[in-house]
Design a protein around this ligand. Structure first.
Ligand code: ZN
Length: 332
């Protein structure tokens, strides 16, 4: 059996080919050659839930290097830190929905910069007049994080998804403070403005907030499926932004340390094109190299304008009988 690791060879090749690509020459080449290059190294553009490979699992421990405040925060304004009953009391938990929302934002922003002239892309993520959240099924956010159009029923499964667990060692701190000025930048659990009894003028604001003390470990598993090298890099870069924005509060950003600063706790498992093929496992310096190759490819692909909108592919579904059809026609 060969000891060669296919995924790192593939990513090295992707980084080299994208780095060496001359856009003028590339875009003048036959369409089929362009499509084949894009599919191999840049994007699996046709969104089809039945595509599973490569299947990548990246797991380890996120550590907060600053306070993580409870309450709504971050660009998505979601409740990010939650509490779970665990062992002898409450322990903190990072909301998976919040991570999914934070993950989508930098991808949507990048998409708007590239394809903002498409009204679907520029409206993606906003609410429609019917009160539905509109998702365009074309942009990098929809392509990687999954999307659903409640009006048409069209949907694309997520290619990338993060799940976190309860922090077993996370300490939740209740903080009581007062200030002359009204507090901004954090969401208090409780506050009270003390008035001067004679003039009714505000004297001070008393408030209470909760945060997770630095040093808590949060287990995290991220799944990537049906992604080319550049898509993996785009997703890893979007997570870098998410980890920096989680736990906003008290005038400072909550800060989670992930696989970039400390890959020590992280492991990547890769299945290239079949569940039966040997699983490849990457850790330490090799994992750091993989992350670097993928992110570099993503950066250069964007610079060279190789990214394109996704396309929901339901053509293969036409041959699939619905349950009603099967019942009417019999099992044959
Ligand atoms: Zn979208």
């Amino acid at each position: 059996m060969s000891s060669e690791k296919h995924f790192i060879i593939y990513l090295t090749e992707a980084a080299e080919r994208i780095h060496g690509l001359d856009p003028a020459f590339f875009f003048a080449s036959p369409k089929e050659d362009q499509e084949s290059f894009i599919h191999t190294y840049v994007q699996h553009r046709e969104l089809d839930a039945r595509n599973w490979f490569p299947f990548i699992r990246l797991d380890g421990l996120l550590v907060n290097t600053s306070r993580l405040h409870f309450g709504n925060g971050g660009p998505a304004n979601r409740s990010i830190i939650k509490k779970a009953i665990y062992d002898d009391g409450y322990r903190p938990l990072i909301s998976d929905n919040a991570i999914a929302g934070m993950f989508r934002i930098p991808l949507q922003t990048t998409s708007r910069e590239m394809w903002g002239d498409d009204p679907d892309v520029s409206e993606c993520g906003y609410f429609t007049e019917r009160g539905h959240k509109f998702q365009c099924l074309k942009c990098l956010g929809c392509g990687l994080a999954g999307a659903m159009n409640p009006d048409t029923g069209e949907n694309a499964v997520h290619k990338v998804n993060a799940v976190t667990g309860v922090s077993a060692d996370g300490e939740i701190i209740d903080e009581y403070r007062n200030s002359l000025e009204p507090r901004t930048g954090t969401i208090p659990k409780w506050d009270f403005v003390a008035p001067d009894k004679k003039t009714n003028e505000k004297l001070a604001t008393f408030w209470q907030s909760e945060y997770v003390a630095p040093g808590a470990h949060f287990p995290v598993t991220v799944i990537f499926r049906d992604v080319a090298a550049v898509e993996l890099g785009l997703a890893l870069t979007a997570f870098d932004v998410s980890w920096k924005n989680i736990g906003l509060g008290s005038h400072k950003n909550g800060r989670l340390q992930g696989w970039n600063e400390d890959p020590g706790s992280f492991t990547m498992h890769v299945w290239m094109d079949s569940w039966l093929r040997d699983e490849e496992v990457y850790r330490g310096a090799e994992l750091t190299h993989i992350i670097d190759l993928a992110k570099r490819s993503a950066y250069e692909a964007r610079q060279k304008k190789l990214l394109t909108k996704y396309n929901l592919d339901t053509s293969r579904l036409r041959g699939v009988k619905t349950g009603k059809e099967r019942a009417e026609k019999g099992s044959g």
